[in-house]
Design a protein around this ligand. Structure first.
Ligand SMILES: N[C@@H](CCC(=O)N[C@@H](CS)C(=O)NCC(=O)O)C(=O)O
Length: 213
């Protein structure tokens, strides 16, 4: 198995996190960012969109981080990470889709608007709007955690990975932010997982003020 994608890329971290949770062995090719390579014809054969992550398993290239998460869980992690029951599985899928289409765009607006923008070019109004949206999203997570221990049920599953990946940077990019109580407790439990510590809780200062890639 091979994974293409630099370890500091948000979407790559989701996949690295799951690969480690599953204890899978793989060759890691740190493509993208300063490593480049995404325009190479050989890479575009793997992913016509020229983005990371890309997983190659048994000769099949798979792109789109959430498609990769589902593929890995289906092959190597079901039912623990992705339940077989359609209703239970759909709870996982809902949180994954919500994270990709709703939380992540606002989180990225905040991360890029604040952290990846050189200070003199920052737009405080835009940063504040994105911060409020993120606060609202984490409050929504907080409300749901009143009913279950993790987003997809009472145990850790795929549902936790996309939203959970955003939290380390949210809390450590230098903004004055805090999480509501149940979300903070969920985050604390994620930080006790070795795979989360190794793959998500990593320095990202090389991205500060860097507008490219
Ligand atoms: N929706 C795609 C987004 C992929 C994406 O935008 N990846 C970024 C890294 S997070 C990328 O390839 N950026 C170019 C680079 O790193 O050079 C996914 O979830 O995989």
């Amino acid at each position: 198995m091979e994974l293409h994608g630099r370890a500091t890329a948000f979407n790559v971290q989701k996949v690295l996190w799951l690969l480690d949770e599953l204890g899978l062995e793989f060759a890691h090719h740190p493509a993208g960012g300063a490593h480049g390579g995404l325009d190479d014809p050989a890479f575009l054969v793997l992913n016509p969109h020229g983005k990371v992550p890309v997983l190659v398993d048994d000769g099949t290239p798979i792109w789109e981080s959430h498609a990769i998460l589902r593929y890995l869980a289906a092959c190597y992690g079901a039912p623990t990470f992705w339940p077989r029951d359609p209703a239970a599985r759909s709870l996982n899928d809902r949180w994954m889709d919500w994270a990709h289409t709703t939380l992540q765009p606002d989180f990225m607006r905040l991360f890029w608007g604040f952290y990846r923008m050189p200070e003199h070019k920052r737009d405080p109004g835009q940063i504040e709007r994105a911060r409020r949206c993120c606060e609202r999203h984490y409050r929504l997570i907080d409300d749901q955690l009143a009913y279950r221990h993790y987003l997809g049920g009472d145990q850790f599953s795929l549902a936790d990975i996309p939203a959970g990946t955003s939290l380390y940077r949210y809390l450590h990019m230098g903004l004055d932010v805090a999480l509501p109580a149940r979300t903070a407790d969920w985050y604390a439990r994620l930080t006790q997982r070795p795979a989360f510590r190794n793959r998500v809780m990593m320095r990202f200062d090389d991205l500060r003020g860097r507008e490219s890639f």
